[in-house]
Structure formats: C-alpha cells, structure tokens
Design a binder for this molecule. Structure first.
Ligand code: DC
Length: 218
C-alpha cells in the first residue's frame, strides 16, 4: 500500500490539501484529528469532568471506535453512536486538545490509524503521522504558512467580529507553542519530510508541488 503522511500547523491548509490530493490520486484520506474529536464527544457524553490518567484509562477501555466513510465524508462512531455532527464544536476542540496528550488514549488511536494504512492506499493527516504513526510512509509532507496568513484564514473561518485579528493571531501562536512543546508526540518536522509553505501559493500550485514530489519519491 502507498501511504502519504501530512502533518502541519493549525490553518496551514493541510486538510484542504489532503482532501484535494486524495481526490486527485483516488486515495482514501484519514483525518486523524477527527478521531480524537470523536473520543472527546463520547467523553463529554459520559459526563466525565475529571481528566487524569485513571479516568482516561477507564474511558479508553470501555470504548469501541470506528471510522466509516459516506462517500467523501468521514464519520466517527464510538460505541455505535455517530458523533460526526458534533466534531467541529468549539467545546470539542478544547476537550480533544486536553485528552489527546494522554499516551493510553493515543495508543488506541494509533492502532486505528495503522490498521487503516495497512488496508488502503491512503493519506493520513494529523500532527504526528510522519514522526510516530507512519515513520516509514512513502512520502511525508509538513505543511505550514506564516502565522499572519494562518490567522487571517482562521479569522475568516470564525467570522466573528467581536474577536480582533490580534487575538486570533495570539491564540494561534499559543496553539502552535502547545502543539510543538507537549511531551507526547509533539508537532515537529520529520527529518525526511518535504516542507510545503502555502503562504503565497494557490491550492493548484501547492498540489503541483506535492504531485511532483509523490511521483519522485514513491
Ligand atoms: O486537527 P484537529 O484540530 O482536528 O485535532 C483535534 C485535536 O487532536 C487537537 O488538539 C490535536 C489532536 N491531534 C493529535 O494530537 N494528533 C493527531 N494526529 C491529530 C490531532
């Protein structure tokens, strides 16, 4: 199977790139962040308020996580409940960032990701794909863009006039810092990754660069 790893910063354009590459190459695309988000939804549903190693372990041992595809739409199902409609809620963004550093939970997500990569020609998109999940991926990309550009994209997504651009930029830089400095699976560029800066390129230009690299490397 051919496996492509895409990691990168928040709002770097990695999800858009992964989906576009998936369509172009006819590969499955796994949004790995959505799995952490699905687990966060189930955690909230249980009414769990404490977050510590013991609670996380009990929770992880009691859940069965499945990823399914509805055409291009990835669904995340935990203990037979489909959490797809709730994955993008702000509360879930916050909760998933709190539970995702726990190694016991990451182990569970790791096996789902590796099973997927064994079954399909695919693109896995996340934070630690090239470094931890698929260290032997055929091609690895690390996607980034200048912080100001990413903050502009984030502000457009939020479309909330009460939040200033400076605040969005500050939040984004704090998230970068957390992602890059956490003890477990921090966001970093794999030594053999190709760095793609999307600051000044259109999606087509970025796609061309990636397709050329895939043809050369696989
Ligand atoms: O990419 P995202 O915002 O959907 O990710 C949700 C959370 O999961 C985020 O806090 C980072 C975490 N995550 C992770 O730790 N490892 C991954 N491979 C993907 C996401």
């Amino acid at each position: 199977m051919i496996n492509i790893a895409i990691d990168g910063h928040v709002c770097s354009g990695k999800s858009t790139l992964a989906r576009a590459l998936g369509r172009k190459l006819g590969y499955h695309v796994l949004d790995t962040g959505a799995i952490y988000r699905g687990l966060a939804c189930a955690y909230r549903d249980r009414g769990l308020t404490q977050i510590n190693e013991e609670e996380i372990k009990r929770f992880v041992d009691s859940v069965n996580v499945k990823v399914a595809f509805d055409g291009q739409v990835q669904r995340v199902i935990v203990n037979d409940k489909d959490y797809t409609p709730y994955l993008r809620e702000e509360e879930i963004s916050i909760l998933s960032s709190k539970i995702s550093p726990y190694p016991y939970l990451r182990e569970k997500v790791l096996s789902i990701q590796r099973d997927f990569a064994k079954k399909y020609n695919c693109i896995l998109e996340g934070r630690d794909i090239g470094t931890v999940v698929l260290p032997d991926a055929d091609v690895k990309f690390f996607v980034t863009a200048r912080p100001e550009i990413r903050a502009k994209r984030r502000a457009e997504q939020l479309n909330d006039k009460s939040i200033t651009f400076e605040q969005v930029l500050k939040d984004l830089e704090e998230r970068d810092y957390k992602d890059e400095h956490r003890a477990v699976a921090p966001l970093k560029v794999a030594p053999d990754a190709i760095v793609i800066d999307t600051s000044d390129d259109t999606l087509d230009e970025t796609m061309d660069k990636c397709i050329r690299a895939i043809k050369k490397n696989r």
